[in-house]
Design a protein around this ligand. Structure first.
Ligand code: NAD
Length: 282
């Protein structure tokens, strides 16, 4: 069991969605919070909610894609006694087919989702190792288990998070440092509204993708936070969130070469930028 009460927990991307839900759940269970994001107002709102429930919280404006900023953040946290739990959650999505995807957009996703997670892990690991115990949690996706059309950049980042996190878990075997990889299914957050689309994508198509996603995503961020914190407490190496994630995980293992034939009809395409026939909408 990883003890939650009294521990210092760092959560990145805590101004919204899953990060906020997880920070609130950790606070409810007695953890002290150090939360970060780029969104000052959202971060202040999360902090307000934590304080309203009697919790302790400090906020930090940190771009996870800025390696020096992440290391400076970790240094500040060390002065507070060092992190016990680190949740690398901040992330963005990008929607474009491979033949249209620009290198700039691809790098934007990799810098935040993948490198942000690497910086967060490597910057905080030494202070956790100094204490001799702790927990590192990296948020991948169910799209780190299967790939979907129009999400190649996001898939690349999320598969890479899984690879990195599982390697770290094997390296920490036999120590009191636990490592978990989180694979959420559809969670009702701002991820698609905040996603980058091709510049040519019409506002209506963006709104359609976002509302299609809202219909598909069945789990609330609060529930996602509960599942993550339960997974941390139980030292689960893989934390799947939602029935959709569990079914897709199983499907991938049963049909590793042909899950796409079953899946990519109406529903996932509504979340992507493609029509049912596979033609780009925009
Ligand atoms: N919502 C889903 O269905 C879903 C599914 C699988 C995985 N995820 C993953 O969950 C994580 C959280 O996403 P969410 O769904 O809560 O989305 P969200 O957009 O509601 O929250 C993401 C947060 O990350 C912050 N952020 C973005 N770029 C940042 C940067 N460079 N530095 C610091 N903060 C930054 C945003 O400001 C925002 O507060 C992401 O890693 C996402 O890929 C989400």
């Amino acid at each position: 069991m990883t003890e939650i009460s009294g521990k210092l927990a760092v959560v990145t991307g805590a101004a919204s969605g899953i990060g906020r839900g997880t920070a609130l759940e950790l606070a409810k269970r007695g953890a002290r919070l150090a939360i970060s994001d780029l969104d000052r107002a959202g971060l202040a709102e999360t902090a307000k909610r934590i304080e309203a429930m009697g919790g302790t919280v400090t906020t930090y404006l940190v771009d996870v894609a800025d390696r020096d900023a992440v290391y400076a953040f970790a240094q500040e946290i060390e002065t507070l006694g060092g992190a016990d739990i680190v949740i690398n959650n901040a992330g963005v999505a990008q929607i474009a087919r491979v033949d249209e995807l620009t290198y700039e957009d691809f790098e934007w996703v990799m810098n935040i989702d993948f490198w942000g997670m690497v910086y967060g892990t490597k910057a905080f690991l030494p202070q956790i190792q100094k204490k001799g115990e702790g927990h590192i949690v990296n948020v991948s996706s169910i799209f780190g288990i299967i790939s979907v059309p129009s999400q190649a950049a996001y898939n690349s980042a999320k598969f890479a998070i899984r690879g990195f996190t599982e390697a770290l878990r094997h390296e920490m075997k036999g120590t009191r440092i636990k490592v978990s990889c989180v694979h959420p299914g559809g969670i009702k957050t701002n991820i698609v509204r905040n996603a980058r689309f091709l510049q040519s994508t019409q506002a209506t198509a963006r709104e359609e993708a976002a509302s299609g996603f809202d219909k598909l995503a069945r789990t609330t961020p609060e529930k996602a936070g509960q599942v993550i914190v339960n997974g941390i407490a139980k030292n689960k190496p893989r934390i799947l969130i939602g029935t959709d994630a569990k079914i897709i995980d199983l499907l991938q293992r049963l049909l590793p070469g042909s899950y796409g034939k079953i899946m990519f009809r109406r529903e996932i395409d509504a979340f992507s930028n493609t029509s049912e026939t596979g033609e780009a909408k925009a």
